[in-house]
Design a protein around this ligand. Structure first.
Ligand code: PLP
Length: 400
């Protein structure tokens, strides 16, 4: 008995020492979703009221909060940004032979959503100064079959929207903004996601404002509003029925079930309420990284064009080569810091190169970002000490 007590004490002591050591050695992860603390309260309210399905009180409140920020005609919460992009493809009525211009350096969903019905994806290169699309290359990619241009505001840093909108309007092409990373970001004082006819947002756990999995479609051209609501509600006019505008609802169009549960929206409302706090801290982290690394000759830190603002979605820089980036990632990993590269150019993806008659375009900037771009740990709870540690380790890599 006596011996058992002793052994137990020893185990407790050892596990305490181990935990201490572990905290000391704890990795700085790449990302950590931030919780404001209110999520559970709002979700509980939702559960108590038993309004669990889509388009409930929280969903409507959330969509209205976001619509006011964007001054859009209509906002519909979806289960993801990918879903919202699928809705865009349905709304513009993508048909066989239609062409859709998409940057190659982006997340799969920006292109995926437009690959149905035999449409053709045409890839545009990134700019030399930012990974977003090079608007000077658009004109030569346009044909009479071009139906949509999907712009992606990489890292929440705007594409040159005046130039893009002018070209699109002149050719009668619809612009969809993939604003997944672009919450609280502006182009010449206009919120991103409010400029193209349609735009999409993500509230995935890795984004500034998040609810695990979630997204939104924002509609800026009001002639899409009614149909969007129908597509959202499984091709029915159920939303009108809920508002008491019709006495029964039925099947009217194509569509799917794009609505999130109301408790997802409840979670998101808690996040939106802390918008300013979250963004202030993220911007401070970004600024600290920037000041710490901007003079390091070996790398090029993120550029913010004069027309754009910075929403502190991520902190990235470009290295000189793939070999250098790989060595730096390993060096940081050996020092308990997780830094990540980002997209693999879509124009060289298996999916695209397996398409019949596909000719791989030459997109040198997209390839360069694929090989050389590196993202540092970035999340609300990252402390100043941790930011400084990361900065010092990057500098140490280049001086050794
Ligand atoms: C995150 C992201 C998406 C996908 O968002 P989901 O909500 O996960 O579907 C699409 N496009 C871009 C540019 C993104 O960063």
């Amino acid at each position: 008995m006596q011996r058992m007590v002793h052994i137990n004490r020893l185990i407790i002591k050892l596990s305490f020492i181990y935990k201490r050591y572990h905290i000391y050695k704890q990795m700085i992860p790449f990302n950590k979703p931030y919780l404001t603390g209110k999520e559970i309260l709002y979700m509980q309210k939702c559960l108590e009221e038993k309004t669990l399905s889509g388009n409930g009180t929280f969903t409507q409140r959330c969509a209205e909060l976001l619509r006011k920020k964007l001054k859009s005609e209509k906002c519909l919460l979806t289960t993801s940004c990918t879903d919202a992009l699928e809705m865009c493809a349905m709304l513009v009525d993508i048909q066989a032979g239609d062409e859709v211009i998409v940057p190659s350096y982006t997340f799969v969903s920006s292109a995926l959503a437009f690959t149905r019905n035999g449409a053709k994806i045409v890839f545009v290169d990134s700019r030399p100064d930012i990974p977003s699309m090079d608007e000077t290359q658009l004109e030569k990619l346009i044909t009479p079959r071009t139906k949509v241009i999907v712009v992606v505001h990489y890292a929440g840093v705007s594409c040159d929207m005046d130039v893009i909108m002018e070209i699109a309007n002149r050719h009668n092409i619809i612009v969809v903004e993939d604003a997944a990373q672009a919450i609280d970001a502006f182009y010449k004082a206009r919120p991103l996601g409010s400029i193209g006819q349609l735009s999409t947002f993500s509230f995935h756990a890795t984004k500034n404002i998040q609810c695990g999995e979630g997204g939104m479609l924002a509609i800026n051209d009001k002639h899409f509003c009614n149909r969007a609501e129908t597509l959202w509600e499984k091709g029915t006019n159920r939303a009108e029925f809920f508002r008491g505008e019709v006495d029964k609802y039925g099947w009217r169009d194509t569509g799917s079930s794009f609505l999130p549960s109301d408790y997802t929206a409840a979670f998101l409302v808690a996040q939106i309420e802390q918008w300013a706090v979250i963004q202030a801290r993220r911007k401070a982290i970004w600024e600290r990284y920037y000041l710490g690394l901007k003079d390091l000759k070996n790398i090029t830190v993120a550029h913010i064009p004069a027309y754009a603002t910075n929403n502190a979605h991520m902190f990235y820089f470009t290295c000189a080569s793939l070999e250098e980036r790989t060595a730096l990632i390993k060096f940081l990993r050996d020092n308990e810091i997780v830094a990540n590269f980002h997209y693999q150019s879509l124009h060289k993806s298996d999916f695209m190169t397996n398409q019949p008659n596909y000719v791989t375009p030459n997109l040198p900037q997209s390839d360069r970002y694929t090989d050389c771009l590196l993202r540092l740990p970035f999340y609300y709870e990252l402390s100043n000490e941790e930011v400084d540690l990361v900065i010092n380790k990057v500098k140490e890599f280049y001086t050794k």
